[in-house]
Design a protein around this ligand. Structure first.
Ligand code: MV4
Length: 641
């Protein structure tokens, strides 16, 4: 086995690879760009080497800098992770030339699958099912149209050189074919410099199901079951699971995937992607010649460590089990947490992670820690949550709970969106296809309702506790530690016995009053008495904002101002009674000019006298109560303009 490996990657996958290497007693070398100085992957490694400035082209894609770091550190092998150089045949070849083991397939195997239409021809020869269609070289329009008729409408025109869905065109009937073909060829030429296309029968509600395969250097190839990755958004996977629910062709798909890998002499971890119809018929799409983001769901159902297997086969060991020794148990689900804003078309969100708390109940693969920065330089994935249960419903329940316990402050995330997917009937019923998110957008993107009162109460009490804590600390430092001026429990000399908070949430304002009486603390929210409810909320402070995590949703409440004393401004220059009581003295009359802070009237309540003062300079317009009258909480007492 290797004694030292270099991880040519960053973020969660670099940390993930190091975790296994450490467990196996292998020393680890990290590489980092200037944007990642101090990042978790750099800290976890035994040594770390700078490879260049922030842009990936000058750092994580810089083959020479990475090979130089390998040479300098004495690393015997390089793990490329996913993305960056992981599927670059030139890098695999350059490693070999430099005498370093590339932990992945051979350059030839990468190349064989890199050309998507050549790969399809190869697979056809190997007996792997392809979508019924035309994959030939001849490209004249009349022939292609005849092929489309043979295949049967609707058909899909795909650029031969493409992948990832770019430039694909659906044609519903013969009369639209010629025009769609011209447009597809034009787009293919400008995007890929190659106007060849292939024609396939268009699958209306396909699922994305992929098979994990492994090959060793002794000719053994086996599969580790499938994953369903149908829940995608613009070709970006969002939630993955294993095994694929309601899928009856696991054995056939496994055999097809093994045949695909064997056809190219595959070694290491790979994934054969298929699209499957609702009835289970499946067709080869492409092969990814790397470890995938979603590999943990396979680990959870098989109990295997795929990185360990990668290291073993890269070191020349045999796969330590046969196909029938691999067992799948239970169900696993992974959700990808991204720094992005679903409400703004998933625009990436950058910034410092002020607060990060992950659930204890899930496997969490992450490359960040509190204080880390999400920069615009790289993929904005923050973490993957992975859960396992005896069955899908159990796993899904765990995922919903885990998402609720994922508390991130500093960037906007898709956590709430993920939770909505998990709670949707379509996902819960495993009614899966690649259009799930689009089809259910009304439900998944529905605006939030009002801020729950529980949330406002939690923010107010958290703010109060914070102020008490601050005052307490101030008192400890001061000369007169017992001075009443350090008290923040609402006590003011002959004046108030409550605290008012005004929070803004989006554009709405909410008023929370915490009153301190003989029977303890009482809360009123937007004029309604609030009984402490049963649901728990957690709060995180960020300057003048409180982030309240409540039932899986993060609410951000910004403290607008704290109104001192009884100067409760109801919004239009009127002053309301903070608690029920009796007016005992009125100092002013309609028309009296008052200065800010000047006493207006005295209210007796809860056995104390409270002076109500002018919130600002102005003129008294109306007085609604005379001395001796009883007032109810919230009653408007006086109007000042
Ligand atoms: C298809 C298809 C329907 N019918 N082929 C999109 C990416 C590319 N690699 C293959 N893709 C598709 N090919 C036929 N004949 C629908 C898709 C497709 C898709 C496939 C897998 C995962 C997500 C997808 C999202 C939209 C469309």
């Amino acid at each position: 086995m290797f004694r030292k490996i270099l991880i040519a990657n960053r973020g969660e996958i670099a940390c993930r690879v190091m975790r296994t290497a450490k467990r196996m007693g292998i020393r680890t070398v990290a590489v980092y760009s200037d944007a990642d100085r101090g990042a978790l992957h750099m800290k976890l490694a035994d040594e770390a080497h700078r490879i260049g400035p922030a842009p990936a082209t000058e750092s994580y894609l810089n083959m020479q800098a990475i090979l130089a770091a390998a040479r300098k550190s004495g690393a015997e092998a390089i793990h490329p992770g996913y993305g960056f150089l992981s599927e670059n045949e030139d890098f695999a070849a350059a490693c070999k030339a430099a005498g370093v083991v590339f932990i992945g397939p051979t350059p030839e195997a990468i190349a064989a699958m890199g050309d998507k239409s050549a790969a399809k021809r190869l697979m056809e020869k190997a007996g792997v099912p392809l979508v019924p269609g035309y994959h030939g070289d001849a490209q004249d329009a009349a022939l292609l149209e005849k092929e489309a008729t043979r295949i049967g409408y609707p058909v899909l025109i795909k650029p031969s050189a493409g992948g990832g869905g770019k430039g694909m065109r659906v044609v519903q009937e013969k009369k639209g074919f010629a025009g769609a073909l011209e447009a597809a060829q034009r787009e293919a030429r400008s995007s890929f410099g190659d106007d060849r296309v292939l024609i396939e029968r268009y699958l209306e509600r396909p699922r994305h199901i992929e098979m994990q395969v492994f090959g060793d250097t002794h000719g053994n190839v086996l599969h580790l079951f499938e994953r369903d990755c149908s829940v995608q958004r613009r070709h970006q996977k969002v939630i993955e699971e294993a095994p694929a629910p309601k899928f009856a062709k696991r054995a056939e798909m496994g055999a097809a995937a093994v045949a695909a890998a064997k056809a190219i002499g595959y070694t290491g971890a790979g994934t054969v992607e298929f699209i499957a119809e609702q009835d289970g018929r499946f067709y080869f799409m492409e092969m990814n010649t790397r470890l995938q983001v979603e590999h943990p769901v396979t680990e959870m159902i098989t109990g295997l460590d795929l990185v360990e297997l990668q290291l073993r086969v890269a070191a020349g060991e045999r796969l330590p089990f046969s196909q029938d020794q691999v067992q799948a148990r239970g169900h696993a689900i992974e959700a990808r947490i991204y720094a992005e804003d679903p409400a703004r078309d998933f625009l990436p969100s950058t910034g410092r992670l002020v607060h990060v708390a992950f659930p204890q109940s899930a496997r969490v693969d992450t490359g960040v820690e509190p204080g880390a920065e999400i920069t615009p330089w790289y993929d904005p994935m923050i973490a993957k949550l992975v859960v396992h249960g005896d069955d899908r419903a159990t796993a899904l329940g765990k995922m919903v709970a885990a998402l609720g316990d994922t508390h991130i402050v500093g960037v906007t995330t898709n956590v709430e969106f993920l939770r909505r997917i998990c709670e949707s009937a379509a996902f819960a019923n495993a009614d899966l296809d690649t259009g799930l998110i689009e089809r259910h957008r009304a439900e998944l993107f529905r605006p939030r309702g009002e801020v729950p009162r529980e949330v406002l109460a939690a923010a107010a009490l958290a703010e109060l506790a914070h102020e008490q804590d601050t005052a307490h600390k101030r008192a400890e430092r001061s000369a007169d530690r017992h001075s009443p001026w350090h008290r923040v429990d609402g006590w003011r000399l002959n004046e108030e016995s409550h605290h008012d908070f005004v929070f803004t949430a989006s554009s709405d304002e909410h008023r929370v009053r915490v009153a301190f009486g003989d029977e303890g603390r009482r809360l009123s929210i937007d004029g309604h008495v609030h009984e402490a409810g049963g649901s728990k909320a957690q709060t995180v402070r960020d300057g003048k904002s409180w982030h309240v995590f409540h039932q899986g949703i993060r609410w951000t409440l910004t403290l607008k101002e704290e109104l001192g004393g009884l100067d409760l401004d109801t919004g239009s220059g009127s002053l309301a009674a903070p608690m029920p009581g009796r007016v005992i003295k009125v100092f002013v009359q309609p028309g009296t000019k008052v200065k800010k802070g000047e006493p207006l009237l005295i209210l007796e309540a809860m056995k104390m006298e409270h002076t109500i003062t002018a919130p600002a300079d102005g003129t008294v317009k109306e007085i609604h109560y005379a001395a001796g009258e009883q007032v109810l909480e919230g009653a408007e007492l006086i109007k000042v303009e």
